[in-house]
Design a protein around this ligand. Structure first.
Ligand SMILES: [Zn+2]
Length: 244
């Protein structure tokens, strides 16, 4: 038994699917789900993106086979919500991009689960969820920018800019030496620090004003463009649906 989430499900042949599963115990796995597109299959609903739960797998010669699933959440409400569903697919694709076989993916799995829950909460701004997920995913990968001190001189007070090229915050005196540096209000500095350092369970327990959200969009957006070596396919659809 492994704990995981279905990141993608591709139809194969007439009745089967090939799943990508992100699991806590064995990392990212390709799993063959035989017969799950038959209406009589008890695994039909489980072999679907966003499904989170426990999966019983048999290890074949070259691939895992899905035997049984005990679903904890289907996230069915998400499939009917727009534009939330497009955020959801983007988050799954990012998790797929970072996921590795035979690694402990418990951190990313927890982040995904909490983020999908947050997406279904109408009180939390989707744009904030996107930037928090992206930045926190970098934390899980150990690639996050320096946010608690100026990346050039080390001073901890008066941070007021962010540079993706320097990979961190800058103070007032150092900001002019990074041509790509973007100004951040104190609230935006705090928001980025919060996203990086807060306990995971509290990640979505804050809000920002629209002007601060715009600064986060720019800073984290540029950071992601630089960090990812290709654009996520689902990002194009997300950008169309959200005017981003
Ligand atoms: Zn400095």
């Amino acid at each position: 038994m492994v704990t995981g989430m279905v990141l993608s499900a591709m139809p194969v042949g007439d009745y089967d699917k090939r799943l990508t599963l992100l699991t806590k115990e064995r990392g990212k796995l390709t799993v063959f789900a035989k017969g799950v597109r038959r209406p009589s299959s008890h695994l039909m609903a489980a072999a679907t993106p966003f499904v989170f739960g426990s999966f019983q797998l048999n290890e074949g010669r070259s691939i895992y086979h899905l035997q049984y699933a005990s679903v904890r959440s289907y996230f069915t409400e998400l499939a009917r919500a727009q534009p939330e569903i497009y955020y959801g697919f983007y988050f799954l694709e990012l998790a797929d991009y970072y996921g590795q076989e035979n690694a402990d993916e418990g951190g990313m799995l927890n982040l995904l689960y909490l983020t999908l829950r947050a997406l279904m909460n109408p009180k939390i701004d989707n744009r904030l969820i996107r930037r928090a997920f992206e930045l926190r995913a970098l934390v899980v990968q150990g690639e996050y920018p320096q946010a608690d001190a100026c990346v050039l001189c080390g001073v901890k007070e008066g941070l007021e800019a962010f540079s993706w090229k320097k990979h961190g915050m800058l103070c007032k005196s150092c900001a002019p030496s990074a041509p790509d540096a973007r100004h951040l209000d104190a609230a935006a500095v705090y928001a980025m620090q919060y996203i990086i350092f807060a306990p995971l369970q509290k990640l979505y327990a804050f809000a920002v004003k629209p002007a601060i959200q715009a600064q986060l969009d720019t800073a984290v957006g540029e950071l992601m463009n630089w960090t990812l070596d290709r654009k996520m396919k689902s990002q194009e659809m997300l950008d169309v649906m959200t005017g981003g």
